[in-house]
Design a protein around this ligand. Structure first.
Ligand SMILES: Nc1ncnc2c1ncn2[C@@H]1O[C@H](COP(=O)(O)OP(=O)(O)OP(=O)(O)O)[C@@H](O)[C@H]1O
Ligand SMILES: [Mg+2]
Length: 320
């Protein structure tokens, strides 16, 4: 059995907001516990505002949690400031949604890749670093590598630049990668290329990944297991296949209704109505209750806990 590379326990991140002059809290990440195994692509799936990016940013230490613990390779990384910690950055890399934000527009691609490799001690010789870059790019069919490396970010397509930004992270041999909506800005035609690059490099590195997406098709294509979030809470954790073939939680079902691979009857059966809620000082009970097609009285008063359902899956619902 693979060991856990990341252990998250009771993680909490609230943001203070003012509503009609009163101080309240957006409970963006509310008491989440889960673990990610070595070599696993672990998906975080849910609609806009459910806390996916906040979770990714807290794990990546761009944001501090209120409480809870995070362990990376058995070492506690929560409660610490790692923003500029080189050793930590080498272990954990992040790929963002917009590749044009991840590169300095005035710096040639070669320099943008070389500098982090140099700083992180990947190789002391510039020639060796360049050779590694070219080899990795050729491997990813980003050719001619030399021609691409001497360009500036705006001289590349979004798909090319995103693949280069993934390779830049990968060249640092990270143990863990957080990828936040890394294909959602790209054309459907280049998405598969970027996803396949992530899959193949992840396999080669044997690293693990937290893969954030709102797209059920992308999630089930790339992820081993998927964690479904709603308004800051975990609704279900299951393999991509289980989520797609037999979603248990009514919210997972609603997400699956967007998948092009299911039948029209399933689509009808799974669909829900209503708008996604922002968890500002949410009422007790299940966060999903206001949109749930199988809601009962108990759901408004008692919050369902995440319980095991066999086959490595967990569901937070009183009535599945
Ligand atoms: N710095 C902040 N201050 C106040 N509220 C915030 C802050 N950052 C996030 N939030 C709120 O926390 C909630 C979760 O936001 P988050 O960005 O994590 O969602 P998301 O799932 O990544 O959404 P999307 O799919 O749109 O990227 C939202 O309600 C958001 O408005
Ligand atoms: Mg986000």
């Amino acid at each position: 059995m693979a060991r856990n590379i990341l252990e998250v326990k009771n993680l909490v991140k609230y943001f203070p907001v003012r509503k009609f002059g009163k101080k309240q809290f957006v409970k963006a990440v509310d008491n989440l516990s889960f673990s990610i195994r070595d070599g696993e692509i672990f998906g975080v799936l849910g609609e806009s505002g459910c806390g996916k990016s906040t979770l990714g940013r807290v794990i990546n230490r761009l944001e501090q949690e209120q409480s809870g613990t995070i362990e990376l390779l058995g070492e506690t990384i929560s409660g610490k400031e790692y923003r500029k910690d080189r050793e930590f950055r080498r272990k954990m890399q992040m790929v963002f949604q917009n590749p044009y934000d991840s590169f300095d527009p005035r710096v040639m691609i070669y320099k943008s890749i070389d500098l982090p490799m140099k700083i992180n001690g990947i190789d002391s010789s510039p020639e060796n670093r360049l050779a590694k870059m070219i080899e990795t790019m050729n491997h990813a069919k980003l050719t001619p590598a030399e021609g691409l490396l001497t360009r500036y970010p705006h001289e590349l397509s979004g798909g090319q630049l995103q693949r280069i930004s993934i390779l830049r992270s990968v060249l640092l041999n990270p143990k863990f990668i957080v990828a936040d909506e890394c294909v959602s800005m790209l054309d459907v035609s280049v998405r598969a290329g970027v996803l396949n690059l992530l899959l193949s490099t992840q396999k080669e590195l044997g690293s693990a990944m937290l893969f954030i997406t709102h797209d059920i098709s992308v999630a089930t294509y790339i992820c081993g297991r998927i964690m479904v979030l709603y308004a800051g809470k975990i609704m279900e954790i299951a393999s991509g296949e289980d989520i797609l073939r037999s979603p248990l939680h009514p919210y997972s079902r609603a997400l699956v209704s967007y998948s092009p691979t299911i039948t029209r009857e399933e689509k009808q059966r799974y669909r829900i109505s209503g708008e996604v809620v922002t968890p500002i000082d949410p009422p007790p009970g299940c966060r999903f209750a206001s949109r749930c097609p199988i809601v009962q009285k108990k759901c408004a008063v008692e919050e369902p806990t995440l319980r095991p359902m066999g086959n490595n899956r967990q569901v937070a619902c009183h009535y599945v």
